[in-house]
Write a protein that binds this ligand. Sequence first.
Ligand code: PAF
Length: 284
Amino acid sequence: LKTSRTIGQTRRLLEGTGKPLVLVPTMGALHEGHAALIRRARREAGPSGTVAVSIFVNPAQFGPSEDFSVYPRPLARDLALCRSLGVDLVFVPPAARMYAPDASTFVEETTLSLPLCGRSRPGHFRGVCTVVAKLLNIFRPDVAVFGEKDWQQLAVIRRMVRDLDFPVRITGHPTHREHDGLATSSRNARLSPAERAAAPAIHAALRKAAASARSPQDAAARARRSIAAIPGARVDYVGAADAASLGPPRPGRPARLFAAVFLGRARLIDNIPLPRAARRKPTR
Ligand code: PAF
């Protein structure tokens, strides 16, 4: 496993490595969800391709009152996991190497970024787009892999890549879940034992609402009621949206149910597809 800390070193280490190059951008604190992304990257790269992982807790995507300073940074463990999964190169830049002190250029997607997490985390997707654009320029990967747990992030990145002609294929990988259905996340580590025991009820509520609802709006209302009743939970948002545009669900088009929930010190997000039946408008 090679590691690099600077952009120049990364580019030098990538010279002459096997193609295709597949990148998994992360903020570290790697868990089974990331391991699934890395395994997917290896499958995409094939035995002679190159798998690269970036580990960077990106200050630009955290709001002033968010968890940037306490975000876990277990680097030795992360590197051991990357080694065990056969990653070829890990890029771990210090923040000062990623952003010039007077950096004044940002990448902003202006439509898909607005609803859902965009509403409650202003500036978040601007930070994500800017750092992902930088990583795509640093690595010039053939493929980049992102998790579907952050469905909106994936949609925003696909749109940025399309609009700005980045020569990369974006691959989304299904959400990894714990045995009880909770979406695997670095933020789960912030839950107390009682909160951890309550947390799977978020996914359960989404599933039950999606299965029994007569329309996307009905699904969202049912899920919101159930999630609000979880002890200690505070709903940030629960909503149904078109899977591609993230706007209002459209008849006959794939739609998803989204939730963001504060549970103790953690903000958890999840999303699932709405089955066809729940996508129809009520007939009465
Ligand atoms: O999903 C994440 O971990 C981050 O938002 C990403 C894509 C690595 C950008 O910092």
